[in-house]
Design a protein around this ligand. Sequence first.
Ligand code: SF4
Ligand code: F3S
Ligand code: FES
Length: 232
Amino acid sequence: MQVTLKVLRFDPAKDKKPRWETYQVEAEPWDRVLDLLHKVKWYQDGSLAFRRSCGHGICGSDAMLINGKNRLACKTLVKDLGSVITVEPIRGLPVEKDLIVDMEPFFAAYRAVKPYLINDEPPPQRERLQSPEERARFDQGTKCILCASCTTSCPVFWVNGTYIGPAAIVQAHRFIFDSRDRGKRERFKALGSGSGVWRCRTAYNCTEACPREIPVTQLIEEVKRAILFDSF
Ligand code: SF4
Ligand code: F3S
Ligand code: FES
């Protein structure tokens, strides 16, 4: 089939503002949007810039706005989109070139919640044991691939880029509800601040955008309750 692929492009070296560029691409229905971008880059226009690494929905590097929704290009099939496909960079982060955005503000928020186990107690002789139920309590957050689809679909983040964002809160949830961790109070400093969880207006865009089907809004609500009641 013939696909009309419209890409919002921007080259800071020569463009004053983003511009649409249209490509005609021969595709199979089971091709992914990532395949189309490769066909353009390899055979039509080598200057097209985008990120990708694993090609299989694991690394989180190719989130983009595809037909108006945040999705991973490597997990989105042509047959589910039709013969006209638009691709834009994810919103709310500065565009560096074409579909590549500056992820530093996103990862600064990630670092702010201290996304690692904190426990200064003397280690036991063997591992820190945990029951299956305790492990299940934070399982959802472990599925996050840090693709930024959630944060960059959040209207609060679009308006105020200092909002810590749903991805960082999901990462915080993963450790706050880990029975081995002792660092929740440190994390609450960032999460309870003016840029933290209270900025969330339960818009649900984040949950709809997550390619790992993490119930993002629910996890945010659990973190809010933890800060308020500290009863888990
Ligand atoms: Fe991506 Fe989902 Fe993680 Fe957000 S919570 S960064 S959408 S995997
Ligand atoms: Fe934004 Fe998700 Fe809250 S879209 S407002 S973080 S529920
Ligand atoms: Fe790794 Fe798509 S290329 S998630």
